[in-house]
Ligand binder design. Structure first.
Ligand SMILES: Cc1cc2nc3c(=O)[nH]c(=O)nc-3n(C[C@H](O)[C@H](O)[C@H](O)COP(=O)(O)O)c2cc1C
Length: 435
């Protein structure tokens, strides 16, 4: 649920304003709330101006990498005659992240509108919205919303009488984490196994069916109608810190907090406010030990690093981690860091597409070494082995799944080494049976 911070102006709650309001799901309800004005405005503008506006707004990708959205759109070739595609990444499988499903569930027309604006500006007639297979309710809601958008002329051969064709195809995934990676998603859309592709060529050159393609996250696209209706300068002004981090961001907060949930904040809001004010802080008698700020794929932060950290791309990097997808996993002093890290590596080992040796072998081997440590059979050399494996898994593969597995391992050993040592020295009771 969106939660306006007391010290912030109410208008900063943009994306989550209608969470919990079923009236916003229908076409009529969306129009009553000012919906589709952004698309109408965009369709009356030259395409290049729409792209420039999004560039000027400072909007950056909310799917993980934080790439500037307008710049990405500008990479698409112009008037070269090939079909273009827009892909909306609604796969949301990053552990700790649960905000896109809420956008799909509560404001489906905001997603469609953002997609349509993007499609218009990059000259794409077809939009694929790739929805994670397990998202049964969002799928049902999106299906209805797309039907309604066609019935009212927002989509179709002549979107709002503009002469522009915009079609939406809802594509249901089968629940593979790797299919959230943009090029794996493109293969999956084509009916192939979801293996990431080597880049270059980048999607803007050769994406879906080898044609120029842009891919954006659900939250990124949902922000676009607000930029069109209220202007780039206004959006850019929504920042409490760096001019490179603008607008609002949904953070999914889970773990050892009293009020887990989605919270929308202005970029630059202190991380402490999110954890201790909005999310209610730790359970009684507990203290913050660590957190992972951007979904499980980014380095772990200690409680000390949370102090003075601004919730934006630069602020989190300055503290040694990344904003990622905005999935904040909070751990109090009862957390066993070694066991937690093992739980993540197991996930990555299970989800590796197995295409690259470093990932296929590295994620599984890392998991086995952690299992050895957790079952009381670890050796002091195992820590160096884990770091060597992590080194081989970072920056050496087609996609960054193996880098993601390495991040919590390396930061965990750097910041919580005494917990690994305790298992190895026999000072901590094994939590896994020896196999
Ligand atoms: C293994 C892996 C999984 C990913 N999963 C997702 C995902 O579930 N949703 C998402 O939006 N981006 C995901 N990404 C990032 C996408 O590849 C891509 O950067 C993003 O969709 C671009 O959109 P944006 O620029 O709007 O952020 C994933 C990346 C990797 C390497």
């Amino acid at each position: 649920m969106g939660y306006p911070h007391p010290s912030h102006p109410k208008e900063t709650v943009l994306l989550s304003k209608y969470f919990g309001d079923p009236g916003a799901r229908t076409y009529a309800g969306w129009i009553e709330r000012g919906g589709y004005e952004g698309l109408r405005k965009a369709l009356a503008m030259p395409r290049a101006e729409v792209i420039e506006m999004v560039k000027q707004s400072g909007l950056r990708g909310r799917g993980g990498a934080g790439f500037p959205t307008g710049l990405k759109w500008s990479f698409m070739p112009k008037d070269e005659g090939k079909p273009h595609y827009l892909v909306c990444n609604a796969d949301e499988s990053e552990p700790g992240t649960f905000k896109d499903r809420e956008l799909l569930r509560w404001t489906p027309h905001a997603v469609i509108e953002g997609c349509a604006i993007a499609a218009y500006s990059i000259q794409a007639q077809t939009i694929y919205i790739y929805i994670r297979g397990e998202f049964t309710e969002p799928w049902r809601i999106m299906t209805k919303a797309v039907e309604e958008a066609y019935a009212h002329g927002a989509l179709g051969a002549d979107a709002f009488g503009s002469g522009t064709r915009i079609d939406v195809v809802l594509h249901r995934g089968a629940g593979a984490y790797i299919c959230g990676e943009e090029t794996a998603m493109m293969n999956s859309i084509e009916g192939k196994r979801g293996n990431p592709r080597i880049k270059p060529p980048f999607p803007a050159q050769a994406g879906v069916f080898g044609m120029p393609t842009t891919i954006n996250n659900v939250e990124t696209l949902s922000a676009v109608p607000h930029i069109l209706t209220r202007g780039a300068e206004w959006y850019k002004g929504l920042s409490l810190s760096s001019p490179k981090s603008t607008g609002t961001k949904l953070f999914s907060v889970c773990g050892h907090v009293q009020r887990p949930g989605n919270y929308e904040v202005t970029m630059g809001t202190p991380m402490r406010d999110l954890i201790f004010d909005m999310a209610g802080g730790m359970r009684p008698g507990r203290t913050l030990k660590a957190l992972i700020p951007g979904g499980s794929s980014v380095p772990i932060m200690t409680a000390a690093e949370v102090e003075g950290c601004a919730l934006d791309y630069e602020g989190i990097v300055a503290k040694g981690s990344m904003l990622g997808s905005g999935g904040v996993i909070v751990m109090d002093d009862s957390t066993d860091m070694v066991r937690t890290i093992w739980r993540y590596t197991r996930f990555y080992a299970h989800e590796s597409c197995a295409q690259c040796t470093q990932c296929r072998e590295g994620t599984a081997w890392t998991t086995k070494v952690l299992e050895r440590i957790l079952s009381g059979r670890g050796k002091q050399e195992d820590l160096q082995l884990l770091l060597d494996l992590a080194d081989n898994m970072t920056g050496k593969t087609i996609c960054v799944l193996s880098d993601s597995c390495a991040a919590p391992v390396v930061s965990g050993i750097q910041k919580f080494r005494e917990e690994f040592d305790a298992y190895i020295a026999g000072a901590r009771r094994p939590v896994l049976a020896a196999v």
